[in-house]
Design a protein around this ligand. Structure first.
Ligand code: PLP
Length: 407
């Protein structure tokens, strides 16, 4: 067989030969990231409104991240969880402080990804009731359209049957009710409920906010039955929806929260935060992972947090969000097939009556990277430090993409 050459075959052609086909990949060969931009081998610049699906909150090659990587790489990259490591402790402390858990004795558990964080939270919730004398409390209530990950526990929690087909049997005890349906929720929550698990904004499912009535019902059910609430902040958290915590922004009283994506600044990192009551019952051996809380990823996490919590950073997110929403509304007024605006902060979407996959491709033809959510929503996830100029640029590109679809 002839050796493969980048010059004769695109990366996608080579990818198809070597990598199992579980993703539908775009035919793009990026070689460099630069702030809000990605650059291909031939020098074409793409404006990045995907941000690695909400991972690259500070854009590409942010100096604080580069500095953190260099500093940590000179000490050690990995220790294992047989020994305490300082970057892990520092990041945990900062997150506990920022979420107000440190003064209440809350604690953190580290892992490597979003699905692992949810997997851990589900296990901790069940273990909590097992150790506190209610082993029968195993039912997890989650929502139709939700996305919590691809490993078995998180997949069972996910409210999308299409993702589960052919992988059965699923772990037992997961009940899915329609999103924002208070009556349906009340019908299933009771003394047997272990936890209600939700995304503050159901992102993958179509960027659907939790209504105020829905949140009030969740909090009331928690108070009435003593079940736990797990907030999946993997996409909404760390400033993406405009606040550090989506659950606090919308009033959700969480006992456990799960974090990943932006936390590692591009390195794989996940985290579960929990109240003192849950942390106290956990014992050595209950759960673990070799790489969880890897020092390099945690050091980068600290740098990410420092940027996101710097004075004015979240004001910038709010300003860019308003700018983007105003521009999207103007486009919805111009193109009759564009509809409702969804989301908050810089987790924004717009409903399209034309096929969303076609709109994503049309945007790509305008050198703008965007993603979809649900069946009919164009999802925009720019870096949180995006400039006003780049937001205007993106809006002009979406306008041209929409115009191209009118022909
Ligand atoms: C809300 C939410 N939860 C969980 C996950 C799973 O995270 P990961 O892909 O890191 O396993 C995602 C990923 O998109 C997500 O958006």
């Amino acid at each position: 067989m002839e050796p493969l050459s980048v010059n004769t075959q695109t990366l996608v052609e080579q990818d198809a030969l070597q990598i199992v086909h579980t993703y539908a990949k775009a035919d793009l060969d990026f070689v460099q990231g630069q702030g809000s931009w990605l650059i291909t081998q031939d020098g074409t610049r793409y404006l990045d409104f995907v941000s690695g699906i909400a991972v690259n909150a500070l854009g590409h090659c942010h100096p604080a991240i580069l500095q953190a990587i260099e500093a940590q790489a000179k000490t050690f990259l990995h220790l294992s969880n047989l020994y305490p490591n300082a970057p892990q402790i520092a990041l945990a402390l900062r997150m506990l402080e920022l979420t107000g858990l440190s003064t209440q004795g809350g604690k953190a558990f580290f892992c490597n990804s979003g699905t692992e964080a949810n997997e851990a939270a589900i296990k901790f919730a069940r273990k909590y009731f097992d150790r506190t004398g209610s082993p029968e409390r195993v039912e997890m209530v989650t929502f139709l359209g939700s996305f919590h990950g691809r490993t078995f526990g998180s997949l069972a929690a996910t409210g999308q049957d299409s993702l589960k087909q052919g992988f059965g049997p699923m772990p037992q005890g997961f009940i899915h009710v329609p999103w924002n349906d208070v009556a349906a929720l009340k019908a299933v929550v009771g003394p047997h409920t272990c936890a209600i698990m939700l995304e503050p904004i159901a992102a993958e499912g179509g960027i659907m906010k939790a209504s105020a009535e829905f949140v009030a019902a969740i909090n009331a059910l928690k108070a009435e039955f003593g079940c736990l609430v797990i907030a999946d902040e993997i996409q909404t958290g760390l400033g993406r929806c405009g606040s550090l915590e989506g659950c606090k922004r919308y009033g959700i009283q969480a006992d456990l929260s799960t974090w990943a994506k932006a936390l590692g600044g591009g390195l794989p990192l996940g985290m579960v935060l929990m109240t003192k009551a849950i942390a106290e019952i956990m014992k050595p051996g209950d759960h673990g992972t070799t790489f969880g809380g890897n020092p390099l990823a945690c050091k980068v996490g600290e740098a990410v947090l420092q940027e996101i919590t710097a004075a004015g950073f979240l004001d910038g997110v709010a300003a860019r969000s308003s700018q983007l929403q105003a521009g999207l509304q103007a486009l919805a007024d111009k193109y009759s097939w564009l509809g409702e605006l969804r989301g908050d902060g810089l987790l924004l979407g717009i409903v399209t009556k034309k096929p969303v996959a076609d709109l994503v491709v049309a945007c790509r033809a305008q050198k703008l990277l965007v993603h979809r959510a649900g069946a009919d929503v164009l999802r925009l996830l720019p870096p949180l430090n995006i400039s006003a100029e780049d937001v205007d640029d993106a809006l002009a590109r979406i306008d041209r993409a929409c115009a191209s679809m009118e022909k």
